[in-house]
Design a protein around this ligand. Structure first.
Ligand SMILES: Nc1ncnc2c1ncn2[C@@H]1O[C@H](COP(=O)(O)OP(=O)(O)OP(=O)(O)O)[C@@H](O)[C@H]1O
Ligand SMILES: [Mg+2]
Ligand SMILES: [Zn+2]
Length: 233
């Protein structure tokens, strides 16, 4: 039941009751989210991705996308029972080939269908959020408060690996990846940077650091995606 079609509160989401002569509003039960809704909210998948990024509308436009779809579906089906070793997925490829689409589709299957917790993080946003905590005083959120849920999430999607390549950004990412590596927690990643880039392009390990790439090699199967930019269609 959602507030819009609730007969109890008529759609307002509130019930007004009298207590000791005064009128007080109390939230209607239709506003108390069920577990699945809560998990979706907690997964912090951006709104833009939540609706369209599922397996069904994904139409492979290149053989590598077919393979990527197959591997993604298999991951989502098997999760949380995964093989030992490189059980995560690292989607690599140019803009608009469906890397984030497939990775988010996996997350949605896990969270919505299986009812299991998982988290999305956009690295660009994460770096900004952490920087905003610097120089604050007192009891406010610290870098650790931000990173810890990402370290501990049973499944994490790191979107836009390599988007920032400063030593600080590499250190921060290394902490996150190495902590998850140590605990053998499955991780999904996407990046525009390749291991063997074309002339004039930067390699993934130059962007994220060799130590992080090396750990991800053990944690994730690399899924190369190619094809036309879907955003230009
Ligand atoms: N095979 C596909 N079938 C249908 N829609 C697709 C497919 N691939 C991509 N799209 C759509 O194209 C748009 C871009 O896809 P997506 O966000 O996954 O790109 P990306 O590979 O992550 O690119 P970037 O590197 O720029 O982040 C989205 O709207 C997505 O739904
Ligand atoms: Mg993307
Ligand atoms: Zn109601």
């Amino acid at each position: 039941m959602s507030p819009t079609n609730c007969p109890t509160c008529g759609g307002s989401g509130y019930l007004v009751e009298e207590h000791g002569g005064a009128l007080v509003a109390r939230p209607c039960s239709c506003r108390i989210p069920d577990r699945a809704t809560r998990l979706v909210e907690q997964a912090s998948i951006p709104l833009r991705y939540r609706k369209g990024y599922t397996f069904d509308p994904f139409k492979p436009a290149h053989p590598t996308q077919e393979e990527a779809l197959m591997l993604s579906r298999r991951f989502a089906e098997d999760y949380p029972v995964l093989p030992e070793g490189a059980n995560g997925l690292l989607f690599l490829g140019p803009c608009g080939v469906g890397k984030t689409h497939l990775a988010v589709s996996i997350l949605q299957e896990v969270v919505v269908r299986k009812g299991l917790p998982a988290l999305f993080v956009d690295l660009n946003g994460l770096y900004r959020e952490i920087r905003a905590t610097y120089g604050r005083t007192g009891s406010e959120e610290t870098e650790y408060d931000i990173l810890n849920p990402l370290v501990e999430s049973p499944l994490l999607l790191i979107d836009e690996l390599g988007c920032v390549a400063t030593p600080w950004a590499q250190d921060t990412l290394h902490y996150l990846v190495s902590q998850r590596y140590n605990e053998q927690r499955p991780t999904l990643c996407t990046s525009n940077y390749l291991d063997s880039p074309g002339p004039g392009e930067t390699a993934l390990d130059d962007r994220i650091g060799t130590r992080t790439r090396s750990r991800l090699m053990e944690m994730c199967q690399t899924v190369l995606m190619d094809g036309p930019d879907h955003r230009k269609r």
